[in-house]
Design a protein around this ligand. Structure first.
Ligand code: ATP
Ligand code: MG
Length: 263
């Protein structure tokens, strides 16, 4: 696998906590002294917005130095990296033009492996300990690219009645991806937006633990308004309010993830 571990965050269910988890795990890993590259793979630009104000994000989304153009030109992503305001934490920003990426990939040779190729030099250089990729809530050719560029996948699942709906499609899709990228492993399910006062949480955990051979991370993330305030200020919660419940939970989850993926 090499030194650099690439982890993507996917779930075709929208709003399951992918971008929040990707941004905060990245920030927590960086705080723990790891060198982290975040790749914003979604036209919603949420991963970029987690670190930079809206003006900055829109300016980069409209410019040439974003993931959309790198994929179009099939270029090494090194030239597209920006430093975030935090030590050890870099980002490749996204573009709203990513909305047409499915269509554009269609005619490309070996179209499932374009992102992997664009990341190869960075991986080989072993500059980063972790590359974290935020995926959109879809299951098409672009998410296949993201999965084929990854060593591990984390599936954030919202602890709600509809949170697990569609999970079977996700696993079917992962099995298809494994046929062309056999080393890809599911690191586990990260349970997010938990309200421990509700019995529904217990039912979610019971159902998830019944899934055969799928690890469920022990550290769950509870609902916390600090997450929303931090996002409103374009600062990850682990930096915005270090004493908050969610900052502590994301720091603990980051430790668990690092232990699990390095095995
Ligand atoms: N622990 C939490 N406490 C409170 N709100 C949260 C928490 N985690 C996420 N949210 C909120 O839930 C919403 C969805 O989260 P997020 O954007 O991370 O999900 P997503 O899976 O990336 O969504 P999409 O599928 O649209 O990309 C956001 O508005 C976010 O602020
Ligand atoms: Mg998202």
């Amino acid at each position: 696998m090499g030194k650099t571990v690439t982890i993507c965050f996917t779930n075709n269910k929208g709003g399951s906590g992918k971008s929040t988890t990707c941004s905060n795990l990245g920030a927590a890993m960086a705080r723990a002294g790891k060198k982290v590259l975040l790749v914003d793979g979604d036209m919603q630009l949420n991963l970029s917005l987690a670190f930079f104000p809206e003006d900055w994000v829109l300016e980069h989304a409209q410019g040439e130095k974003n993931l959309y153009h790198a994929i179009g030109k099939q270029e090494d992503l090194t030239d597209y990296i920006v430093h975030t305001p935090y030590e050890n934490l870099d980002l490749v920003p996204s573009s709203t033009l990513m909305s047409s990426i499915e269509y554009e990939l269609f005619t490309k040779w070996q179209r499932e492996f374009i992102l992997r190729k664009c990341l190869q030099k960075i991986k080989d250089s072993e500059v980063y300990d972790y590359i974290l990729i935020d995926a959109p809530p879809t299951l098409g050719g672009w998410v296949m690219n993201i999965l084929c560029a990854s060593d591990k996948v984390i599936i954030p699942v919202e602890a709600s009645p509809w949170g697990m709906f569609g999970l079977a499609n996700m696993f079917e899709f992962l099995n298809e991806v494994k046929q062309i990228s056999p080393d890809l492993e599911v690191a586990g399910i990260a349970v997010t937006k938990v309200d421990t006062r509700k019995n529904y949480f217990k039912q979610t955990m019971e159902t998830l633990h019944q899934l055969e051979s799928i690890y469920v991370f022990e550290h769950v993330i509870r609902v916390d308004s600090s997450v929303e305030w931090s996002q409103d200020n374009s600062v990850p919660v682990v930096e915005y309010k270090k004493s908050s419940r969610s900052a502590k939970e994301y720091t603990e989850l980051a430790e668990e993830v690092m232990n699990r993926v390095s095995r």
